[in-house]
Write a protein that binds this ligand. Structure first.
Ligand SMILES: Cc1ncc(COP(=O)(O)O)c(C=O)c1O
Length: 397
């Protein structure tokens, strides 16, 4: 197919695309095409509105009274409930807050404390996990006197035995976008007596995670990626309801106390997921995330996943026709059922090409040694954005 037919096909697909209107919910610069929803999701009108209201009305006028008269005190769990809806978790099983690194530290510690014994003394981590996950997991292993081991997710099933206390992995690989089989790894881990901690950072907001259906024990993820919560947005923690009352987290602050304003001498954990809170909710950034999540009330995650697959398949069709003979290769699964929301495009000149693309308004990123990452968020990208990117990459050769 010629490039002009590819562009024409994009127009046809856009005119029939039920998600095309979602772009109106975002405030995007006109001169840029944004392929980094997996890194920092763009601004929504709803997030700006929520922050403005919090600043101009609640903070300015309500001042400290807003803790009691407004929604500030419940905002972390209300935001958690919006996230629960997106990741397939029951109500009141998710809390927003902290960064993903800190959230991971809390849930890994809770899992280790619950499940480790003198013989069940190994923490097993995805060797290709995001660096922060590996650093934090190693630290938790040290603190709980566990052995720290790593292997590829594909090898995990063969590693499970009576020594593994906790296993942690990402649902979607941050480089390749490969989807790991959460259901089967979790089931195999459970059969061996291990608890699972999943990082959903590259999954939440772009693909159904079905944490309840897959019997996930603990999960964390980022608010600033596909959930569009803004720079440094709060992360989230999920703890399976049957476990949450049985575990302790390592930063038992007053916001996770059963009665924070009673100022009791001794810590008593709150009921349910609230016990995973530690300090005061970051209201302004929580407001931005809470507002941004309104988009998902209008567009369900199943439709978003379908839209993301369609954009990815369209990209790959363009790649096959116009890029594959020119030094580019695919670093992501070709089969959409195995591929998350982004595509890793490999090229020897990836770093220089990334800079050139950004200069021309195609916002992508580079991951060493040779990856151009391209996230295909169907809420604000259209097929014509993909066609333009393929055309630009073709022209660069
Ligand atoms: C898979 C994954 N986990 C964790 C993080 C780190 O999150 P945070 O900066 O919120 O600690 C990232 C950041 O990009 C990530 O991609």
């Amino acid at each position: 197919m010629s490039l002009s037919s590819y562009f024409a096909q994009a127009e046809t697909l856009d005119s029939a695309n039920p998600l095309a209107v979602a772009r109106l919910l975002f405030d995007l610069p006109n001169d840029q095409r944004y392929f980094l929803g997996n890194s920092l999701g763009p601004l929504t009108h709803a997030a700006r509105e929520a922050v403005s209201q919090a600043v101009d009305s609640e903070w300015k006028t309500g001042l400290v009274r807003t803790w009691h008269d407004g929604d500030w005190f419940d905002l972390a769990t209300e935001t958690g409930n919006r996230i629960a809806h997106i990741i397939g978790a029951p109500s009141d099983s998710v809390i927003a807050g902290d960064s993903t690194s800190i959230a991971l530290f809390k849930v890994l510690s809770a899992a280790a404390q619950k499940n480790a014994t003198t013989t069940r003394n190994v923490l097993l981590c995805d060797i290709n996990n995001f660096p922060t996950d590996r650093y934090v997991a190693r630290s938790v292993a040290d603190l709980f006197h566990l052995k720290y081991e790593e292997c590829a997710v594909s090898e995990m099933a063969t590693r499970f035995n009576e020594n593994i206390a906790v296993v942690t992995a990402s649902m979607i690989d941050f480089r390749s976008a490969e989807i790991h089989d959460v259901a089967s790894i979790t089931a195999t881990a459970h059969a061996a007596g291990a608890l699972t901690v999943w990082d959903l950072a590259h999954a939440a907001g772009i693909i159904p995670c079905d944490v309840e259906r897959h019997h996930v024990d603990f999960a964390v993820g980022c608010g600033y990626k596909y959930m569009n919560g803004g720079p440094g947005a709060p992360a989230f923690m999920y703890v399976a309801p049957h476990l949450v009352e049985e575990v302790e987290q390592p930063i038992p602050g007053w916001f996770g106390h059963d009665a924070p304003f009673a100022f009791e001498y001794t810590y008593r954990p709150a009921q349910g997921i609230l016990r995973f809170a530690s300090g005061t909710t970051n209201i302004l950034s929580m407001k931005a995330l809470h507002g941004a999540l309104e988009v998902f009330e209008q567009f369900p995650i199943s439709a978003i996943r379908a839209g993301s697959i369609a954009l990815g398949d369209f990209f790959i069709a363009g790649f096959d026709e116009h890029l594959s003979a020119s030094g580019f290769s695919l670093g992501s699964p070709r089969n959409s059922a195995d591929r998350g929301g982004h595509i890793a495009l490999l090229h020897d000149r990836a770093e220089a090409l990334t800079a050139e693309l950004i200069g021309d308004g195609f916002i992508v990123d580079f991951r060493p040694p040779n990856v151009i990452r391209i996230a295909l968020s169907p809420l604000f990208l259209h097929f014509n954005d993909i066609a333009a990117l393929i055309g630009r990459l073709h022209g660069a050769l």
